[in-house]
Design a protein around this ligand. Structure first.
Ligand code: BDR
Ligand code: CA
Length: 314
């Protein structure tokens, strides 16, 4: 048996972030969650910090440490996505307000301290929202870059285009300056773009299977997905919306579900029209250095089987 992989989940819950957190907490043999750090994104950080704790409590994991992070992008006004996730960011099920406390330490300091205190190359950063906290940590303590095992992110899009503008995916669009810092940091990056997540659709039968597990966590998850998919079903005209963030965690558990290739990725930070675009050199037409493994395809049924199996373990 190999040791579980140590991770920090940086997140802006978000129903799909909640699915990612549940997948991680349901997989203790493979994953040890050192902490959850929250960031402003889908909704303001006070709500993402509330929602992260609600998810931990739904999983009976009041012991998980949750740290509040940046309340706005590095140098731009915050853009939120209540139109997708609802007013609270976690609309769908009826939930109790959380009672577990937030940690006193700032998320950025927790990220730095953890990377400096754990052995080099043992901590994986899983980012499910804007990259503000990680970029702030890199600005404050650049030496952490060399200590990260890998950063697996949900963000960007290439062949699929964008979902918040024609060119940009939401997480990168919210804080493109932070994304630029991260992509230039030298940290080994795995990117789950819309090209992957738009293949992961919450078909009715898949959500019903999750609901049928019957536990409070699984039923709440199914109700979140039912809410979350409404907007996307209308937008994309599919039977089910894309489930983005848990692909990051699934990659840690079952990397063989994904295929992609090493590429150079640059972030557009200037153009008004395409700000937040991830410019992926998929066809290797430049000599720019590879800085990310960009995923493109997923075994979507294999992914849903894994998610359902692990939700049943919570
Ligand atoms: C990403 O944006 C957020 O709304 C989702 O939680 C996901 O992380 C998809 O573009
Ligand atoms: Ca998210």
């Amino acid at each position: 048996m190999t040791e579980p992989r140590k991770i920090i989940i940086d997140t802006d819950p978000g129903q799909d972030d909640a699915a990612a957190i549940m997948l991680a907490l349901g997989s203790p043999a493979e994953i040890e969650v050192l902490g959850i750090t929250t960031v402003a994104g889908n909704v303001p950080v006070a709500l993402t910090s509330r929602n992260a704790r609600i998810v931990c409590e739904l999983c009976n994991r009041r012991d998980v440490k949750v740290f509040a992070g940046a309340d706005k992008p590095i140098s731009r006004p915050l853009v939120t996505a209540e139109h997708v996730h609802g007013k609270t960011g976690l609309d769908g099920p009826v939930v109790e307000e959380p009672t577990m406390p937030l940690q006193a330490q700032h998320a950025v300091d927790f990220i730095i301290e953890t990377l400096l205190s754990e052995p080099t190359g043992t901590v994986t950063l899983c980012t499910l929202g804007a990259l503000t906290n990680v970029a702030m940590a890199l600005n404050k303590a650049p030496e952490i870059a060399a200590r990260v095992r890998e950063l697996v992110m949900m963000g960007g899009g290439f062949f699929e285009g964008g979902n918040i503008t024609p060119a940009a995916e939401f997480n990168i669009y919210v804080d493109p300056d932070a994304a630029e810092i991260v992509f230039k940091s030298g940290i080994p990056i795995v990117m789950m773009p819309l090209d992957v997540t738009h293949r992961v659709l919450t078909y009715k039968a898949r959500v019903e299977k999750i609901k049928a597990i019957g536990s409070p966590a699984a039923v709440a998850m199914a109700e979140m997905l039912e809410f979350f998919e409404r907007f996307d079903i209308e937008k994309y005209g599919t039977d089910g919306g894309p489930l983005h963030d848990p692909t990051v965690i699934a990659y840690l558990i079952r990397p063989e579900l994904f295929t992609g290739r090493d590429c150079n990725v640059e972030i557009e930070t200037k153009s008004e029209l395409t700000v937040g675009m991830t410019v992926v050199d998929w066809w290797q037409v430049t000599k720019r250095k590879h800085n990310a493994k960009v995923m493109r395809f997923i075994d979507d049924q294999g992914f849903f089987d894994l998610l359902t199996e692990r939700l049943a373990r919570l």
